[in-house]
Write a protein that binds this ligand. Structure first.
Ligand code: BTN
Length: 272
């Protein structure tokens, strides 16, 4: 199963570097953990680690990431971004855009983005992205692992997820071939990444805002461990990818690492 996917995706790939080396496992703890291990050993930029099943898949804020074996796309891309911190912090948003664009091209669906990088369709989460870093002290270079979990052909979700998560299959009523989707995601991620490397940091912000849910809506921002929250109206994205939130004390820039957000506008008052 894994080798078919790799053969098909490789033959469709139009990238220069991302996915030119693909390691795809039947089962692994976490593609992000494996990719970080490879990065520490000096793996090249563009290496993709993927799997049909994760035994310890990780989400943001230490949450687990689960899914049905062989139905989804679970993979991590290694980058060595020689970028200023401001541009590096746009990589998670660029990854969300790449996934949304690829879904739009390969299905009949119209994905939206929830800051910082969840991909939503019909208000349900179909993809989560976890970007993690590793510093290679010897050369002072930073690897960045972009981990993508996209629910493609999964047919069922557990009771605790069924209200908030879905798959491309459930939302479109069609089985979606995974290889072309993987090839498109890698192509769009590479294009977005290349434009960041070329200094075009201004393109991520408006592209993200065009697809962003909760724009100009009142939201609650929760601290990492849900120990506190504050509120405001989303006014867009700052140049470094932070959320621009209008609060009682003016516009504040909220950074993704520490927080998650939930809407106060409808019955989906939950943190995805
Ligand atoms: C989120 O919480 O929304 C982010 C989920 C990220 C899940 C993906 S699946 C592939 C990669 N490996 C992991 O362990 N996590 C990411």
């Amino acid at each position: 199963m894994a080798s078919d996917l790799v053969t098909q995706a490789s033959s469709l790939l139009k990238t220069q570097s991302l996915g030119r080396e693909l390691k795809w496992y039947d089962s692994i703890a976490s593609t992000n953990s494996e990719a970080l291990k490879h990065a520490k050993m000096g793996a090249s930029e563009g290496l993709v680690i993927g799997t049909e099943h994760q035994t310890a898949g990780r989400g943001r804020h230490g949450r687990p990431w689960t899914g049905t074996t062989g139905h989804n796309l679970l993979f991590s891309v290694i980058l060595w971004p020689r970028l200023a911190p401001k541009a590096t912090s746009l990589i998670p948003l660029a990854a969300g855009i790449a996934v949304a664009e690829a879904i739009e091209l390969e299905t009949t669906l119209s994905p939206l983005l929830k800051w910082p990088n969840d991909v939503l369709i019909n208000n349900k989460k179909v993809c989560g992205i976890l970007v993690e870093g590793h510093v290679q002290l010897q050369h002072k270079e930073h690897a960045c692992v972009v981990g993508i979990g996209l629910n493609v052909n999964q047919t069922e979700f557990s009771d605790d997820l069924v209200q908030s998560a879905s798959s491309l299959f459930l939302l479109s009523g069609q089985q979606i071939p995974r290889a072309p989707l993987l090839a498109k995601i890698l192509l769009h991620l590479e294009q977005r990444y290349q434009s960041l490397l070329q200094g075009e940091i201004e393109t991520v912000r408006p592209t993200f805002e065009q697809r962003m849910v909760h724009m100009n809506e009142h939201v609650l921002i929760h601290s990492m461990h849900n120990t506190s929250s504050f509120e405001g109206v989303i006014r867009g994205i700052a140049q470094d990818g932070a959320l621009r939130l209008e609060t009682d004390s003016g516009i504040q820039h909220v950074h993704a690492g520490e927080v998650s957000l939930s809407s106060t506008q409808n019955d989906s008052n939950r943190t995805l």
